[in-house]
Design a protein around this ligand. Structure first.
Ligand code: AMP
Ligand code: ZN
Length: 465
């Protein structure tokens, strides 16, 4: 399996530290608001990565943090007249609602920064003791010059970075590129005790600390959105490697943005759609198919038209599943014939192709194309003369290939029944309204799909023709 590594800027063979196991850390949301569908892409992408690693037999320990203390949290808590703790509690629970709604598997651990204060303080102490950080009147800064490899992730050296940086307003820093690992308490801000007085951690230190604590000194994969390469991940590397002297993560993965009219979707540009807004209109399979139809390192535009075309594409997939399931009730042959075995082997080659694509840096776009090829093949070659065993084999394969993407797992039976009940209710309403044209149309449409309606004294019943 190959992974594109932002650190080396090339695709590399994936070799986990412990064979068969993967330790993976993804930077999670700052919990001061509902997350938008741009954040959602990052969560869905790495959920698919994790699911695929599991599909390939790895045991994955997946950590995704909640940033529950920072400037945005403090500002929002003040605006809402609540505390940072209450705000965090609220939006963490809202996060789970939306993430579950998007069919994102729960992480092995979702640590909150505020639950790791004593470990963070120890981390900062260690950096000072080793000469990588310095205190100035209650604030602690990481000295970027002391870490020789600073800039290696974003591919810039310190001098270039300095040239591009705005002149630091903070006169106390030794160097403009130094960054805060501990911030002295300002009036009315929540704070924790430390050897440097009351304060709170800088943003980057929480991820270094929690990854270290929960996954070890060197982890397999560290991931996040592309905006995190610099400074967040660059700074995480500096802190972590300064402390341990070991590589922090072997593979760095970054997912590209979702854009609206070619601009990054973001809270600050106010061009965002929350995940729950989108979920009201589209089911999670549609959203995931849309997200994963592009390679994760390619930016994706977001608009209604694209979602509609994903919806139509998904309908084609579920229709094929639904047809196969109906066929199961109609076919006469139970066991697979010799001739069908040859066809089954050919069908299985789609799985090999799918794995080949997905093994190549999680190319979900091509993986999805393989599923469509499979469906096309099956639509023309499976019919009432096929055996149950073959149909089941094909159905299992379609579901199997959908699973790492988090799609195609729904029952089509339940949804068909619900759909018919809904149409019957619409027809009843049409009859009440004396809209005979509509009520006849609904009945005829259903008939053409093999569904017969019977008006009985107990109400309308339906059966398959
Ligand atoms: P935040 O809550 O802003 O810290 O972001 C949480 C995650 O979403 C981070 O990994 C970001 O990189 C990612 N992210 C933010 N905006 C977008 C976007 N428009 N498209 C894709 N990922 C994003
Ligand atoms: Zn992080």
């Amino acid at each position: 399996m190959k992974i594109y590594n932002t650190l080396t800027k090339r695709k590399e063979e994936f070799i986990p530290i412990v064979p068969g196991e993967v330790r993976m850390y993804v930077c999670g949301p700052t919990v001061y608001n509902f997350f938008h569908i741009g954040n959602g892409r990052t969560f869905i992408v790495f959920d698919a990565v994790r699911r695929y690693l599991e599909y390939r037999g790895y045991k994955v320990k997946f950590v995704q943090n909640f940033t529950d203390i920072d400037d945005k949290m403090i500002k929002k808590a003040n605006e809402e007249n609540s505390t940072v703790k209450e705000l965090g509690d609220k939006y963490i629970s809202e996060y789970y609602k939306d993430a579950d709604g998007l069919n994102i598997e729960r992480a092995t651990i979702n640590p909150r920064a505020t639950e790791f204060m004593s470990e963070i303080v120890d981390f900062v102490k260690d950096l000072i003791d080793r000469g990588f950080a310095y205190e100035v009147d209650g604030d602690v800064y990481f000295s970027t010059k002391s870490f020789k490899e600073y800039g290696k992730l974003s591919g810039q050296d310190l001098e270039e970075l300095q040239a591009g940086a705005r002149i630091s307003v903070d006169e106390r820093k030794r160097d403009p590129m130094d960054f805060a690992v501990w911030k002295k308490q300002k009036p009315c801000e929540p704070a924790w005790e430390s050897p440097w007085g009351m304060g709170r951690p800088g943003w980057h230190i929480e991820c270094s600390c929690m990854a270290h604590k929960l996954l070890g000194e060197t982890i397999d994969i560290h991931a996040g959105g592309e905006d995190l390469v610099f400074p967040h991940h660059e700074n995480e590397i500096a802190q972590s490697e300064a402390r341990t002297g070991k590589p922090f993560a072997n593979y760095w993965m970054h997912s590209a943005f979702i854009n609206v009219n070619n601009q990054k979707m973001s809270k600050s540009l106010n061009n965002f759609f929350t995940a729950r807004e989108v979920l009201k209109k589209y089911n999670p399979d549609v959203i995931r198919l849309f997200m994963l139809s592009g390679h994760y390192r390619t930016q994706l535009n977001f608009n209604e038209e694209l979602l509609e075309s994903s919806k139509a594409a998904l309908d084609r997939l579920y229709n094929a599943i639904g047809n196969l399931e109906s066929l199961l009730g109609e076919v006469k042959k139970e066991e697979i014939s010799e001739e069908e075995k040859i066809y089954a082997a050919a069908i299985n080659s789609y799985k090999d192709k799918y794995i080949e694509k997905m093994d190549d840096d999680f190319n979900t776009a091509d993986g999805i194309s393989v599923i469509f090829d499979l469906i096309r093949d099956v639509n023309t070659n499976i019919n009432v003369n096929s055996s149950k065993e073959l149909i089941n084999l094909v159905l299992n394969l379609i579901r199997e290939l959908g699973k790492p993407l988090g799609i195609l797992q729904k029952s089509t039976k339940g949804s068909l029944e619900e759909e018919i009940e809904a149409l019957i209710a619409q027809r009843q309403q049409a009859r009440k309204d004396k809209n005979w044209a509509l009520s006849d149309k609904i009945r005829d449409d259903l008939k053409s799909r093999g569904i017969i309606l019977e008006d009985t004294p107990q109400g309308v019943r339906w059966k398959k023709a």
